[in-house]
Design a protein. Sequence first.
Length: 314
Amino acid sequence: MVLTLDKSDKSVVFLFFLIPTIMLIVGYLFAPYPQTEILKQLLTIPLFLGLFLLGIGYFLKDKERGGSLKIAGWIAFSSFWATAPSSLYFSEGGDVFNAAVCIIGIYILIYMAYHEWLSIQRKNRPLCLNWIAGGTFFAGIIYFAIDSGIFPELKTGLIELVATHSTKVLHLLGAEASRQGSVILYNGIYINIIFACTAIQSMVLFVGMIGALPKIGLNRRLAALAVTVIPIYFLNLIRNAGVVYMVGADITSFEMAHNIIAKAGSLIALIALLFLTFKIVPELYNEILCIFDLPKRKGPVENFFAKFLGKTKK
């Protein structure tokens, strides 16, 4: 039997593609790189609005009202990220990977909003939808509260701490490197450690994923955080030192060392730590598996892709 889409289904599919696409176009046109300080401040409005709506929806007992708040939260949060691809590309020396991930991520965030809508329509709600909203809230609030400058001393202190420790790792490797503030000097090469070099994104990611898990004892929660956050910090020091060493020793270019080698290594390390976390809190595996199973709900968007790929309905 051939899959068919009625008029209302086509409207849902149209909006699913239209909303993030318009967001990206508007973000590109009205938030060019480099962003002014005033614009950065204005963009914190949809950012924190989206996070707070997701957090309220996560904690709310009324699941239908919570679902509506989370839909609004995902859309507001997406509108913030729609202004980021060009900044991610240019600020890190033409980093295509981060910009591409950001663009794809916006469609994924809207996909989460779509499934909240689908849950309201069907009165059937996968528990992982609440988990991912809560995880985004916890991780986002921690990260952006620091990054946005609400706690400037904490941000500056973390950057300089990572720069100091990264320099010490270089000393252990026998490299005569020195540090001036957040800048590491080695063989005439100056590399500035910025907030993104602290691995705070990866650390708060695990804090969010583990913190949002329901019905998990404190001891297991703390153990899971210990085997992820602490190794991430120290592995990141090795990553930073490796980049400085490879560039300073003229082994390869900064773009190759930072954007390819270091990112590939970081990804492999994060995957390994994720599997280690599954041993302590297997509930995390179930939540992630549930997210990947969302397409099996076969709503209008899934049926559109099935029809597009030429699949038939059983």
